[in-house]
Design a protein around this ligand. Structure first.
Ligand SMILES: [Cu+2]
Length: 722
C-alpha cells in the first residue's frame, strides 16, 4: 500500500488530479478502498449480528483498604480465545481479552473473557482494587507468542534484552531483525483515572510477562519500573505482586465519568490493544453523578435514560437496557477470520529501506537514519467493529437512549453521522471528565454529527421518538486517513460509504411504554467547579520526523520515521525521546497550562495521565506561505478559538490540530511518575510519548543514578546514550 499522504510527497501534486486541497495544502486524495487483509469485505454481510451490550465485570469480593475505606476487589486475567467477531457463518477470530477469574463477590457471576471486556462499575469514592493477571499461556502453561507482528527495533519493552536491555531501543549489528516471537509483556492502564498512585497507573515500563513454564533463560520477566512499583504497592496498599500479575488500586474520587481500561506496554500498545484487550470502566454517583442532574422545569432530579447493565444481571439479559456503552474500533481481517495488521513498512508507503540493522541503515541505537522495518506510522482498518462485532444492529424503541461512545480505533478519527436517521435528535451531555457545563444539541448546532478523536468519549442522549419505524444506519464521515480538521467532503474525503463510512444499524420500533425520561433541553447538569488560576505555562511541541528511503523499485521516497514530543525553547521546537530525562516536572498542588504546539501536518489526540484538564483555547501559528508548515521560531497569529461546546467541563484527551497551539489547564495533586502521549497508538509506540513527573524524584526510583550522572554531562546526546 502506498499512503496517499506520503505518495503525494514524492510524486508531486502536479502529476495527480485526484487530490483535494486541504488545510495543510495539497495533500489529501479522494476516497478509495482501503487495503487490508485477505478477507473479501463483499462477503461480510452487515447488520446481521445484534449489538453486544457488555455485562458488568464480576467482583471477587470486598475488602477494606489501609486507609479504612471499603473497596471492591477484582481478579481479572487477559487470555487468548476465539470470538465470533465476523457474522455467524464466517470463521471466528482469535483475539485477546480480559475477564474475571473469580466471581465470588457477585451474584450470577459471568466469568467471560471477551473483547471488548465486561464493564467495571465503580461507585464514587469507593476504591477499586484489581489483580491484573497476564495469562497469555497455552493449556500446558507455555507462553503464547503475539498474534501480531512485533517490531523489535523500536524503543520498546524488549524482554529478550534481559535486565540490561529491557525497555531500550536494541542494537542490531547482524542485519534487520524479524518479528519478536517470545512471551508477551502486558500492563493495564485505566484511561481517565484521576489521582491514581503511579504504581497503579500502568506505566509503560512496568509491564510483566505471563508466569509461563518455558520463559527463555535470560529474558527480563518484568519492566524496569515493575519492582519499584511492587515495593511501593506493598508499602502503600499492603498488596504483594508476583510472577505474571500486578495489583493496582484506583481511588474513584473524580467526577462520575466514562473511563476505560486497556494495555499500555512500551512500544507495543498498538498491537496489544488491536489484539482485543480493552473495556469500559464507569464511575457513578457523587456530586457530579446522575443523581445531581436536575429538571429545570421543577428543580427536582431529572430522569436520564436507563437502566444500564448492573452487577448480578443475567446474561443474556432478561431486561431492556436504555443506557449502553458503545466502543467503536477499526479492524481488518484475513479470509480465515484472523486479524490482519501490516507486517512490513512497505504496506504503509512502499519504503523498502534502509531499515534499522540493514547494510544501509543504522544499528538502531539512536533510531535515526533507518526506518523501522515492521512498524507502520498509522493504520486504518477497513472494517468497523462495534462492541466486538463488525457492523452490528440494535433494536431501539421510539424513545430516548443514552449511549456512551468511545473511539477505540488505532489511528482513525470518527465523525459519527446521524443525518441518515430522519427525525432523530442528538444531545451530547458528557465527555471524558463527566457531564458538560450544559447539554449540546448536536442536531441543531453541529449538523447531527459527533467528532471523536482517538480515546475520546461522548455521553450522548439519542432521541428516536420522532424517527419513523424502520432501519437506519449510523454513519461515519471522518476520513480513511490521518485527520487534520476541517469539513467532511470539503477539506478531506469522507470514509468509504460502503465500509468504514458505516458504523451500525438502528432498527426503530414502536415504544413498549411511555418514555419517562427528561427531555435533554430541560437538563441542568451538575455545576463545573473551575480549577485555580495557573501559575506556570509550559510550551510543548508535537513533531514528525521524516526520513529518506527507497521503494522496492529503488526510487527515492520520503516518509515518516517517527513522531515525537518535545519542548519549545526560544521559540524552537526541540524534540525529546522517551529515553531523555523528564522535562515536564510540575510541583505537587500546582496548576499549569500546557501549550501543545503542533508542528506536524496532522491532528493528534493528546492524552495526559493522572489528571483531567480544562481546554483553555487554541491559537493559530504563523505558517510558511510555501510549505504550509509553521515558521520557526514559532509565532502565534492571534487567531484564538475557544473550546467547542462539547469540550467544556473536564477532559483527558484533546485534539491538537495542525498549525495550532492547543492550551489545556490542569492541577497536579499527587506525586509520581506518569506519561503524556498521542493516542494514535502507532505514534505512541514510536516516541510520541514522554514520561512526566509530579513532585520530586522518588528515592530508589529506576534510573536515579543515571539521572544524577546525566545532570553533570554537558551534551544532550551523551545523556541519551547513558
Ligand atoms: Cu499522534
Amino acid at each position: 500500500m502506498i499512503s496517499r499522504r506520503t505518495f503525494l510527497k514524492y510524486t508531486g501534486a502536479t502529476t495527480l488530479t485526484l487530490f483535494a486541497t486541504g488545510v495543510g495544502g495539497l495533500r489529501r486524495a479522494i476516497a478509495e478502498a482501503l487495503p487490508g487483509g485477505t478477507l473479501n469485505l463483499l462477503n461480510v454481510p452487515r447488520y446481521v449480528t445484534p449489538l453486544l451490550i457488555p455485562p458488568v465485570m464480576p467482583k471477587a469480593g470486598r475488602l477494606r483498604t489501609r486507609a479504612g475505606r471499603s473497596a471492591d476487589y477484582y481478579e481479572i486475567s487477559m487470555r487468548q480465545f476465539p470470538q465470533q467477531i465476523l457474522p455467524a457463518g464466517l470463521p471466528p477470530t482469535t483475539v485477546w481479552g480480559y475477564g474475571a477469574v473469580n466471581g465470588d463477590g457477585s451474584r450470577n457471576a459471568l466469568l467471560l473473557h471477551n473483547a471488548p471486556s465486561l464493564t467495571i462499575e465503580a461507585d464514587w469514592k469507593r476504591p477499586v482494587r484489581v489483580k491484573w493477571i497476564n495469562e497469555l499461556v497455552d493449556a500446558n502453561g507455555n507462553y503464547l507468542p503475539h498474534l501480531l507482528p512485533v517490531d523489535p527495533t523500536l524503543h520498546w519493552a524488549n524482554p529478550a534484552g534481559g535486565m540490561a536491555g529491557r525497555d531500550t531501543r536494541p542494537m542490531f549489528m547482524d542485519g534487520t531483525p524479524g518479528r519478536y516471537t517470545g512471551p508477551v509483556p502486558m500492563v493495564t492502564h485505566v484511561h481517565g483515572a484521576v489521582g491514581v498512585g503511579d504504581e497503579s497507573d500502568g506505566y509503560a515500563e512496568a509491564w510483566y510477562l505471563p508466569a509461563a513454564a518455558n520463559t527463555p533463560a535470560g529474558y527480563a520477566t518484568e519492566g524496569t519500573w515493575y519492582g519499584f512499583f511492587a515495593n511501593k504497592a506493598a508499602a502503600g496498599h499492603g498488596v504483594t505482586w508476583g510472577p505474571g500479575h500486578a495489583i493496582f488500586q484506583y481511588p474513584n474520587d473524580q467526577r462520575a465519568s466514562t473511563i476505560w481500561y486497556h494495555d499500555h506496554t512500551l512500544g507495543m500498545t498498538r498491537l496489544n490493544v488491536y489484539a482485543g484487550p480493552a473495556g469500559f470502566y464507569i464511575i457513578r454517583g457523587g456530586p457530579a453523578g446522575d443523581g445531581a442532574v436536575l429538571d429545570v422545569r421543577s428543580g427536582t432530579p431529572a430522569v436520564l435514560p436507563g437502566p444500564a447493565p448492573r452487577d448480578g444481571d443475567r446474561f443474556p439479559p432478561s431486561k431492556t437496557y436504555y443506557e449502553i456503552p458503545i466502543a467503536i474500533q477499526d479492524r481488518s481481517f484475513n479470509g480465515d477470520g484472523s486479524l490482519f495488521y501490516p507486517d512490513t513498512r512497505t504496506f504503509f508507503d512502499g519504503i523498502a529501506g534502509p531499515y534499522i540493522g540493514g547494510p544501509d541503515g543504522t544499528n538502531g541505537m539512536e533510531g535515526h537514519g533507518g526506518f523501522a522495518p515492521i512498524w507502520n506510522p498509522e493504520f486504518f482498518g477497513n472494517a468497523i467493529m462495534v462492541n466486538g462485532n463488525t457492523w452490528p444492529f440494535h433494536m431501539v424503541e421510539q424513545r430516548r437512549y443514552r449511549f456512551r461512545f468511545l473511539n477505540g480505533c488505532q489511528s482513525r478519527f470518527l465523525i459519527l453521522d446521524f443525518t441518515q436517521i430522519p427525525g432523530v435528535e442528538v444531545w451530547q451531555i458528557g465527555n471524558e471528565g463527566g457531564f458538560l457545563a450544559a447539554p449540546v444539541h448536536l442536531t441543531a448546532t453541529n449538523g447531527n454529527r459527533l467528532l471523536l478523536g482517538l480515546a475520546e468519549r461522548a455521553d450522548v442522549i439519542v432521541d428516536f421518538t420522532n424517527v419513523p419505524v424502520g432501519a437506519y444506519t449510523l454513519g461515519n464521515v471522518g476520513p480513511d486517513e490521518p485527520f487534520g480538521g476541517g469539513v467532511p467532503g470539503v477539506d478531506f474525503p469522507v470514509a468509504d460509504p460502503d465500509t468504514t463510512g458505516q458504523v451500525m444499524l438502528f432498527q426503530v420500533t414502536p415504544p413498549l411504554a411511555p418514555d419517562p425520561t427528561t427531555p435533554p433541553m430541560f437538563l441542568q447538569l451538575p455545576a463545573i467547579v473551575p480549577l485555580p488560576p495557573a501559575t506556570f505555562t509550559r510550551p510543548l511541541a508535537l513533531i514528525e520526523k521524516m526520513g529518506m528511503g527507497v521503494d522496492s523499485a529503488g526510487m527515492m521516497a520520503e516518509g515518516p520515521v517517527e513522531a515525537l514530543l518535545g519542548t519549545v525553547e526560544a521559540g524552537l521546537a526541540v524534540d525529546k525521546l522517551w529515553m531523555d530525562p523528564v522535562t515536564e516536572n510540575p510541583a505537587v498542588g500546582t496548576t499549569e497550562v500546557w501549550e501543545m504546539y503542533n508542528t506536524t501536518g496532522d491532528a493528534h489526540p493528546m492524552h495526559i495521565h493522572e489528571v483531567v484538564f480544562e481546554v483553555v483555547n487554541r491559537e493559530g501559528l504563523v505558517l510558511d506561505a510555501v510549505t504550509g508548515e509553521p515558521v520557526q521560531p514559532l509565532q502565534l497569529d492571534g487567531m484564538v478559538t475557544l473550546p467547542e461546546p462539547w469540550e467544556t467541563g473536564f477532559k483527558d484527551t484533546v485534539i491538537a490540530y495542525p498549525g495550532q497551539v492547543t492550551r489545556v489547564r490542569m492541577q497536579f495533586k499527587s506525586a509520581g511518575q506518569f506519561v503524556w502521549h498521542c493516542h494514535i497508538v502507532e505514534h505512541e509506540d514510536n516516541e510520541m510519548m514522554r514520561p512526566y513527573r509530579i513532585g520530586p524524584v522518588q528515592p530508589d526510583q529506576p534510573g536515579t543514578a543515571m539521572m544524577a550522572a546525566s545532570q553533570s554531562e554537558s551534551s544532550d546526546d551523551d545523556s541519551r546514550l547513558a
